[in-house]
Design a protein around this ligand. Structure first.
Ligand code: CO
Length: 143
């Protein structure tokens, strides 16, 4: 029986730089690195709470997932997504660290969430999404 998502693995050309990205820039907890002789890798770990698998299929047969499928000629792992409790602040902080985003502002995603994507160029070729769930969006009392 499949019981959970154990990990996602990202191949990185510079391990120290990638560890700094995930710990310092993204704020995840680094739990250490292990030399796995059988896989011939140095493997760094960042434990996270339980997550979801998201299957994405092109709505109206158009949009970025349609383009991705056409380009790949098959399906594939498309992006990883981190939760944020203040997406505007995280975008501002990461922009100041020279992270490139695919849009100027967060947009509305699934379940009324706010979402924005970091360009794969900023993250060793991995498309990274940030999401702030609708129930944690601060109430806008100016309207
Ligand atoms: Co997503």
């Amino acid at each position: 029986m499949i019981t959970g998502l154990a990990h996602l693995a990202i191949a990185v050309p510079d391990l120290e730089r990638a560890i700094r990205r995930f710990s310092d820039d993204f704020g995840l907890t680094y739990s250490g690195c292990e030399e796995v002789q059988s896989a011939q890798t140095s493997t760094a770990f960042f434990p996270l709470p339980a997550t979801h698998i998201e299957l994405v299929y092109p709505l109206h047969n158009s949009g970025p997932i349609r383009k991705y499928l056409d380009r790949q000629g098959r399906g594939g792992l498309h992006h990883i997504c981190f939760s944020s409790d203040d997406i505007e602040a995280d975008v501002e902080r990461l922009r100041a660290l020279d992270y490139e985003f695919l849009s100027a502002e967060p947009q509305t995603g699934a379940h009324g969430s706010r979402v924005i994507f970091i360009h794969p160029r900023s993250c060793d070729g991995v498309l990274v999404e940030l999401t702030q769930p609708a129930n944690s969006v601060p109430v806008d009392d100016t309207t």
